[in-house]
Design a protein around this ligand. Structure first.
Ligand code: ZN
Length: 310
């Protein structure tokens, strides 16, 4: 069993409209945009990162806004819902804030003794808010939302699966502990994690497969401290039979990817070097940042990207 993984690092999803996406995450949810860059494999598309003040691993929601992309279809083989942690006592504030801003509220659901306020993002993304106690993480509170309400980061995420067995085994191998089961749900938690410690498996044997599109999660990334830990995890996964990509430099972290038995794409990402690698903390997310190989094409790339008004 591995002991290098510390919870979630980031969740990356697809969107249809960059402006709408930016307004929702920075305005409605009050996250900080910590990086404005491009998809390293498709530089005509943004890669937008939102999180706490520093883009701390475990708080980072990222998006590829592909203009005019079709909406995804929910189903098995994908991340079902991403859970944001909010302070104890803040749920009434959030209910009112989301309703005022016409965010579709799906309702409240009790899972494992906690109440989840489920809502849809701009592309019908599956989200929920959950109050967490004894969670020392501070959110980004400069967007007109105080520290008593600000989103702390992720609490975790759920995976929708036809059969949870092999994914449960994988999570256990990754260092997660199964803590409880309830109806179609099985809860896993990362002991000693970074706060974004929960993975719920939702078993839906009758459901159809998910189709990737706007509002779908593209992949879910787990955090390790550094490249040495990442190589240990990579070796262990490969020894277990997983096909894992080589290490890829994403400028703000190093990444490896592998497809899991239930169909969900997992990434293992390093906490180093972080989002202040190429701009100081006070100005995170403001300038368009490009990986070195695209820097010679900055003007052409900028012309292809839709403007975003902050
Ligand atoms: Zn990623």
């Amino acid at each position: 069993m591995l002991n290098q993984i510390k919870g979630l690092h980031h969740v990356t999803s697809m969107a249809a409209d960059a402006q709408q996406n930016n307004s929702f995450f920075t305005g409605t949810l009050g996250l900080r945009r910590v990086k404005k860059t491009v998809n390293f494999d498709a530089p005509e598309v943004y890669h937008l990162y939102y999180g706490d003040d520093a883009g701390t691993p475990g708080s980072v929601m990222t998006y590829f806004p592909f203009p005019d992309i079709d909406r995804g279809r929910g189903g098995v083989g994908e991340v079902g819902e991403t859970y944001f942690a909010v302070p104890k006592g803040s749920m009434a504030y959030w209910k009112e804030r989301l309703a005022e801003r016409d965010v579709p509220l799906i309702g409240e659901e009790e899972r494992f003794g906690q109440s989840y306020l489920r809502f849809a993002g701009p592309d019908r993304d599956g989200f929920s808010l959950v109050e967490t106690d004894a969670d020392p993480r501070l959110g980004w509170s400069k967007a007109g939302i105080g520290t008593a309400e600000a989103v702390k980061g992720f609490q975790g995420a759920s995976l929708r699966l036809k059969d949870a067995g092999a994914t449960a085994e994988l999570l256990t191998f990754m260092g997660y502990q199964q803590v409880d089961t309830q109806k179609e749900w099985t809860r896993f938690s990362m002991p000693g994690g970074n706060g974004a410690d929960i993975i719920d498996l939702q078993t839906l044997p009758q459901a159809g497969s998910a189709a990737l599109g706007a509002g779908s999660v593209h992949h879910i990334a787990f955090a390790v401290d550094d490249r040495a830990a990442q190589l240990e995890v990579r070796r262990a996964l490969m020894d277990t039979g997983y096909q894992v990509t080589p290490v890829i430099d994403r400028d703000y972290f190093y990444a490896i990817y592998f497809r899991t038995p239930g169909g969900v794409l997992f990434e293992i990402a390093t906490n180093e070097p972080g989002f202040d690698r190429d701009e100081d903390t006070a100005h995170l997310g403001q300038a368009l940042k490009l990986p070195a190989r695209y820097e010679p094409f900055r003007e052409q790339i900028r012309d292809l990207l839709p403007p975003i008004n902050d």
